[in-house]
Design a binder for this molecule. Structure first.
Ligand SMILES: Cc1cc2nc3c(=O)[nH]c(=O)nc-3n(C[C@H](O)[C@H](O)[C@H](O)COP(=O)(O)OP(=O)(O)OC[C@H]3O[C@@H](n4cnc5c(N)ncnc54)[C@H](O)[C@@H]3O)c2cc1C
Ligand code: FES
Length: 265
């Protein structure tokens, strides 16, 4: 019998919904009962009103949760009809959110130092982890990649969370290093791999595959937050299958965070 999902439907209200980069919005929702149940790396599934033909919720990671205020911060890219509709929600609008979804990051016991590698809109769950690491007093190093400078998010927030971003890379060279963020991550692991006990990554799949390979090469435990299309978000539909060395596993229940060595990239 599979473990039942802890996800429940919660009422929520939009507190803010503003653009923070090109086609990227920061959404703050108030959902006090859900905040205390969330762990870094988990996701929520939000219903977006306005299209009677679209019954599916949108799975989204979260960047921050404030237990005192009862709010959850989500950063999302507008990529299609659902996220476009979400971008039109206004403060005061109400909807429902299903969560918490899946399981999050597993910071290894006794971790001395972590390397965080985030690409594009993969930043939010990694930022959430950064705050957790800072709270635990574990130093970490961050590499962020984006297609262009105007889609880059998270630099200031990582710094606020407690660690300077050591490397920014953009595909077109409009900010930081001209090239892929994986170059920086590979170099850090090559030179200082033995000082890390943990690598965590979220972003485009080829990026995560390269980070995972570099971590394996350096002998460092690595986790990756994997995105899949999700219809239900709680283990009932099998749309979210991820190929792993242990067979097909659902990203909504067995992930979205996986041991990177388990994923067949
Ligand atoms: C666990 C999880 C966490 C996520 N966290 C974030 C986040 O923090 N911020 C963010 O911007 N996005 C995140 N996503 C992706 C987000 O769910 C999709 O971008 C969104 O569902 C697209 O909906 P749409 O109706 O606008 O696009 P659609 O019109 O449905 O599709 C537009 C494009 O997006 C692709 N797409 C649709 N759904 C997904 C999906 N679930 N995963 C990957 N690609 C998809 C489609 O293949 C298509 O190319 C996450 C996805 C998962 C599974
Ligand atoms: S989304 Fe339905 S089983 Fe994962």
């Amino acid at each position: 019998m599979p473990t039942p999902s802890p996800a429940r439907v919660h009422d929520c209200t939009v507190v803010a919904n503003e653009p923070i980069a090109r086609d990227v919005f920061a959404l703050r929702i108030s959902a006090p009962a859900l905040v205390s149940a969330l762990e870094p790396g988990q996701f929520v599934n939000i219903a977006v009103p306005g299209n009677a033909m679209s019954l599916l919720r949108i799975p989204l990671s979260y960047a921050a949760a404030d237990a005192e205020a009862g709010t959850i911060d989500i950063w999302y890219a507008v990529v299609g009809e659902g996220t476009e509709r979400l971008s039109r929600m206004q403060p005061g609008d109400s909807t429902t959110v299903l969560g918490p979804g899946g399981h999050g990051w597993t910071i290894p016991e006794g971790c001395r130092r972590a390397l965080l590698v985030a690409g594009g809109i993969g930043v939010p769950p990694v930022l959430c982890l950064a705050r957790e690491l800072a709270q635990k007093g574990i130093p970490y190093t961050v590499c962020i990649g984006a297609a262009t400078a105007d889609t880059l998010v998270g630099e200031h927030e990582f710094e606020e969370a407690g660690s300077p971003v050591i490397s920014i890379a953009t595909d077109d060279g409009s900010a930081g290093y001209h090239g892929f963020v994986t170059d920086a991550a590979e170099q850090v692991l090559e030179l200082e791999g033995d000082t890390f006990d943990y690598v965590a990554t979220c972003g485009p799949e080829p990026m995560m595959a390269k980070v995972a390979a570099a971590a394996v090469h350096a002998g460092v435990f690595c986790e990756a937050s994997v995105e899949r299309m999700m219809s239900c978000g709680f283990g009932a539909c099998a749309t979210c299958a991820v190929e792993t060395t242990g067979g097909m596993k659902g990203a909504c229940m067995c992930g979205p965070v996986f041991d990177a060595k388990e994923v067949v990239w």
